[in-house]
Design a protein around this ligand. Structure first.
Ligand code: ADP
Ligand code: MG
Length: 149
């Protein structure tokens, strides 16, 4: 499986467990310093996918991963650390920069960012994951590499 910018990888899932498995699969394509930006409505399955990525990277129990809505950032330590951001409630991108959160993008870990539209424009490549809500249990997951603007 190859990630590139011209044609996205597309998966359809029918349960949250299947989305978790896709996360695990994606984790195998990631390397330190990668920034995964996850877009999609509330309830689309972004946190579920991050749980799968964490499971693949750290062999963590998915029960231990919750959306860091109130703290903006959760860190899961492992051979490759995972920095999981949820910026839904972040007032502005200035708050992000003032908190020094961008420093995590340059460390030897993998960043997963929910609600990345709160970020300033990225100067480096990212892995863009978009989840479409198709029905209560069906999701379309599209993954592509995007280069800096
Ligand atoms: P988000 O982080 O995008 O707001 P969550 O991952 O927190 O979304 O929640 C997704 C919700 O949708 C969970 O309650 C999950 O059980 C449910 N769900 C149902 N079907 C799926 C599916 N195919 N993939 C992901 N989540 C699903
Ligand atoms: Mg979430």
């Amino acid at each position: 499986m190859i990630l590139n910018s011209s044609s996205p990888l597309v998966f359809f899932t029918k349960t949250s467990e299947e989305t978790l498995e896709i996360g695990k699969t994606i984790s195998q394509l990631l390397k330190p310093k990668d920034v995964v930006c996850l877009t999609g409505d509330l309830g689309a399955g972004k946190t579920t996918l991050v749980k799968g990525i964490a499971k693949g990277l750290i062999e963590i129990n998915p029960e231990e991963i919750t959306s860091p809505t109130f703290t903006y950032l959760h860190i899961y330590s492992g051979p490759v650390p995972l920095y999981h951001f949820d910026l839904y409630r972040l007032p502005s991108c200035n708050d992000f920069l003032e908190s020094g959160f961008h420093e995590f993008f340059y460390q030897e870990g993998i960043c997963c960012v929910e609600w990345p539209d709160k970020l300033p424009p990225l100067l480096f490549q990212k892995i863009a994951v978009h989840i479409d809500y198709l029905s209560s249990n069906e999701r379309k997951i599209s993954i592509r590499k995007e280069y800096a603007i």
